[in-house]
Design a binder for this molecule. Structure first.
Ligand code: PEP
Length: 253
């Protein structure tokens, strides 16, 4: 049985005081069965050391990006060695905001994923189609190309440290969630891809999580889908609703 995974992507939100308040009032009050659910939250880089020092032990810390380049003369970057050095276990890569605003192509996302895995980080690898692509009937084609670019870089064994986050771009931050059926359809496609392209072990063990306007209202229905193993949460991860979303995973199956 796959353990559920719930990630909170705080994006470029919060002052340190707001992050402290979120940790104290929501994150450190989360109660869940760690055998059933894994939870990780991703603050901005600057807040990571404070969060690490003050977060409850059952919640892991993630970063929202890591560099394509290693340590060196790369102004403004943060490399995988530095992430690893702080003992941060998770990195989110390929988020649609990185693809859209910072020019991250499928190839860059594939390479960043390999570099992070080479340093034993675990990766939430985000894939998802834009609205126009869905409307043109290209959803699976787009996702397949995103996954193929990651596959090109990884060994079969490295997939054991990857969580695939299916995040339809049209659902991110829009309040327009994929229906449970729409999400399941794509999750089943991704699981089929894992089987045919990586192998049965990856098909059975890889968590595929859904992201896109997940709230305390829709989480319980989404999590009932057989190929949906949790959530990547943006807006609702900054609110008490995150506790309800974690509870939906904790109470599922
Ligand atoms: C995200 O940014 O990963 C996300 C899913 O955002 P939201 O939940 O706000 O749609």
């Amino acid at each position: 049985m796959r353990r559920y995974f719930v990630g909170g992507n705080w994006k470029c939100n919060n002052t340190i005081a707001q992050t402290q308040s979120l940790i104290n009032t929501v994150i450190n009050k989360l109660v869940f069965d760690t055998k059933k659910v894994e939870v990780a939250v991703a603050p901005i880089f600057l807040h990571v050391p404070w969060v690490q020092a003050n977060i409850q032990k059952n919640v892991q810390v993630a970063v929202q990006n890591s560099s394509l380049t290693k340590m060196g003369a790369y102004t403004g970057e943060i490399s995988v060695e530095q992430v690893k050095d702080l003992a941060i276990p998770w990195v989110i890569l390929g988020h649609s905001e990185r693809r859209q605003y910072y020019g991250e192509t499928n190839e860059i996302v594939g390479k960043k994923t390999r570099i992070a895995l080479d340093y034993q980080l675990s990766v939430m690898a985000c894939v998802g189609e834009k609205l126009a692509e869905r409307e043109a009937g290209q959803t699976t084609q787009v996702i397949q190309a995103q996954l193929d670019a990651i596959k090109k870089e990884l060994t079969t064994d490295q997939w054991s440290k990857v969580v695939v986050a299916y995040e339809p771009v049209w659902a991110i931050g829009t309040g327009r969630t994929a229906s449970p059926e729409q999400a399941q359809e794509v999750h089943a496609f991704i699981r089929g891809w894992l089987k045919s392209q990586i192998g049965t072990q990856a098909e059975q063990a890889t968590r595929i999580i859904y992201g896109g306007s997940v709230t305390e209202k829709n989480a319980a229905d989404l999590i009932k889908q057989p190929d949906l193993d949790g959530f990547l949460v943006g807006g609702a991860a900054l609110k008490p609703a995150f506790a309800d979303i974690v509870a939906a995973a904790n109470n599922a199956r």
